[in-house]
Design a protein around this ligand. Structure first.
Ligand code: AKB
Length: 340
């Protein structure tokens, strides 16, 4: 029997990466090769066919990876998130855009070599949107994929451009001559809301106040939220995020009508988030100390997304709505994590 195909995960050591790795390992459908700047912790290594510690900007390393493995699927998760990106926009551009370009080129060459399209999955973000004012945000509670594409962060600009880059490689890339359809990248992206994992605390993002609030409360630590109580964002529980990635991966190409899809789950204000957390952890000490820069970014992102296209084209539906996300996933899992 032929061994399972190879899937490459970049940024495997991050929040989404670790959850995706566990799920792919449980499914056994792929031999997983990982790439991350930092070595994967010991407990994740047996889940991998091979692990590489290195920089996405290292073209020699990417060539080596392609030479050693017949990669059929790429989950490109490596990125510098929005808050971190504003602190070092040049670095964000290098990692988020140049790194993605290198990887797309590698995957494109791999498609040509294998004679079948490599599926390239990019998690994009609500950061691609830039609502000009809170009035507009209130007037457009659920944005569609084509609205307000004027991001105010380097990370948002990078993600939006990389969506275009993927579309370019999939539909228009010519190299030195025509490229056969079976030798093109099969690019697919989804725009994630703020993600919340019970296992990890994110770093460098601007939606991080949600997960930070619940992880602090579970540890009995006070938390000063860096946006005001009225700030509203869409969020999603990590198991749904992983399911969305795999569902999009498996969708038949003919069913897809967009290169990049909104996926939603639930929306709530920072105040509502705090109330949910306090309901589970009554002693939680949560205050609000807005940071003007980060609050402005959150204000520019939509309060929720319209994900009708993902629902119609590839059957997206979140398994974790607001109640289930907190009551059946986040609260029990976070409690177990910190309280043993
Ligand atoms: C961030 O806050 O930068 C990310 C995102 C919404 O893409 N979590």
């Amino acid at each position: 029997m032929a061994p399972p195909p190879v899937a490459l995960i970049t940024g495997a050591n991050g929040e989404i990466g670790r959850s995706l790795l566990e799920r792919l390992h449980a499914d056994g459908r792929y031999r997983v090769v990982t790439l991350d700047l930092t070595p994967l912790p010991e407990r994740f290594r047996p889940m991998c066919h091979e692990t590489y510690a290195g920089n996405i900007l290292d073209r020699y390393l990417l060539d080596q990876l392609a030479a050693h493995h017949e990669i059929e699927v790429v989950f490109h998760l490596a990125a510098l998130l929005s808050t971190r990106g504003e602190r070092d926009p040049d670095l964000a551009h290098q990692i988020n855009v140049e790194g993605t370009l290198h990887l797309m080129r590698m995957a494109q060459q791999q498609s040509a070599r294998l004679g079948r399209p490599v599926r390239f999955i990019l998690p994009s973000s609500i950061a691609v949107y830039g609502l000009p004012s809170l009035d507009e945000k209130a007037a457009h509670p659920r944005v569609t994929e084509g609205q307000f594409l004027e991001p105010i962060t380097m990370y948002g600009c990078n993600k939006l451009y990389c969506e275009h880059l993927g579309r370019y490689f999939m539909r228009h890339y010519r190299s030195v001559g025509p490229v056969a359809a079976n030798a093109r990248l099969d690019f697919r992206a989804l725009r994630f809301p703020g993600l919340i994992s019970a296992d990890t605390v994110p770093s460098g993002g601007t939606s991080d106040y949600g997960p930070e609030m619940i992880h602090h409360a579970a540890q009995g630590k006070p938390y000063a939220c860096f946006v005001g109580p009225e700030a509203r964002l869409p969020f999603m529980a990590m198991p749904d995020a992983v399911r969305a990635l795999l569902q999009l991966l498996d969708a038949p190409a003919e069913a897809l009508t967009l290169p990049s899809y909104n996926v939603g789950a639930f929306s709530l204000s920072a105040q509502e988030f705090a109330e949910r957390v306090k309901r589970a952890f009554p002693g939680a000490d949560i205050s609000f100390a807005p940071d003007a820069g980060r609050a402005r970014i959150v204000d520019s992102w939509p309060g929720d997304v319209d994900d009708a296209r993902a629902r119609a084209d590839w059957g997206w539906a979140p398994a974790y709505g607001l109640d289930r996300a907190f009551d059946e996933y986040l609260v029990p899992a976070v409690r177990t994590r910190y309280q043993g």
